[in-house]
Design a protein around this ligand. Sequence first.
Ligand SMILES: *Cc1c(COP(=O)(O)O)cnc(C)c1O
Length: 397
Amino acid sequence: MNHWQELEHKYFMHTVERVPLTLVRGQGARVWDEAGRQYLDFVAGWAVNSLGHCHPAVVNAVKEQVETLIQTSNHYYTIPQIHLAQLLVQNSCLDKVFFSNSGTEATEGAVKLARRYGKKHLGGAYEVITTTGSFHGRTLAMVSASGQPKHQEPYTPLPSGFVNVAYNSIEAIRAATTDKTCAVMLEPLQGEGGVNVPDDGYLKRVRAWCDQSGILLILDEIQTGLGRTGTLFAYQQHGIEPDIMTLAKGLASGLAIGAIMAKDRVSVFTPGEHGSTFGGNPIACAAGYATLKFIIEHDIADNARRVGQYFTKGLRNLAQKYRFITDVRGRGLLLALEFDRDIAGSLKMACLEAGLLVNDVKPNALRFMPPLTITRGDAAEALGVLDKVLATVPRPM
Ligand SMILES: *Cc1c(COP(=O)(O)O)cnc(C)c1O
């Protein structure tokens, strides 16, 4: 253990099994450790650094804002949050925005909004249907919403009001809908659950069911949104529109921010019913505005689509070569390789040794979520490292 690792063990709550790597600097798709060693970053702050590390558009926006106005509270009007809200509305199917500081706060707020709607328009309906394998955040309520036993079991009893049903099954949603249901909340593609892509038509059928039942559809686009899956928002690939959408991760390319967006008719909060001290603060919103503007003006979503296709093709070639690869899946630059055995942890460490950062999203699956600005050259470099590392996996007896 080095100096920093010892200090971390002494002072920090042990909530995460860290990789033994201390990062001190980042630029574009590259990060550097204390010894000056360079890594190609296909984790990107957990699908956060959408424009890469320290992108000049973001750095300049933050520098300018930090010298001008840092925090005021939402008791007053501030300009960066209005700029960002306007740009989000102009480029999505939603009409209104609320800013939070994280993804969890955004999904939690979306559920509060759905409950307010339920009280006003659905006879007090409050239950939200979510799916197994989903991830909506870490507060107690969002742990209850996220259909993953490993996140739920340590904290039972959980807050009520959520029903977890099978992902990719419209029948399961139908069967779980009662007169208590106010909304269905889904990821268009499950990120933390293992990069699970639903069948074509699933989201369309869920949308139709919500319309037919008069309940709301909340899309959690915290990981899939802002270009990650090859379009600005993932819902655009499914020919549907959500009533409520949550964003966070890539929105400010590294600064902490989250957003709830909603259609006008669903924006039923009245003053005092929801709020945040730091949410919508000038620095996060200036970074968000600079990020979103850059993503739109340079069609970064399309870069994610094109480089993602190239990278997927390379992963498929690896799957031809290494028969223990059982699946290649994902959209844009949110991709995964699955194996017939639990080697993702050791492959992650081998990639690290070879200068590539990747995530072992499941014991038998690696996830790739690089900056959306990577080039084919970056993707080719990552494929080269993967090829080398996969070649060292011993053949089964
Ligand atoms: C990461 C994530 C969250 C939680 O966001 P935090 O910023 O970690 O609170 C919620 N939903 C999805 C889909 C996510 O990927």
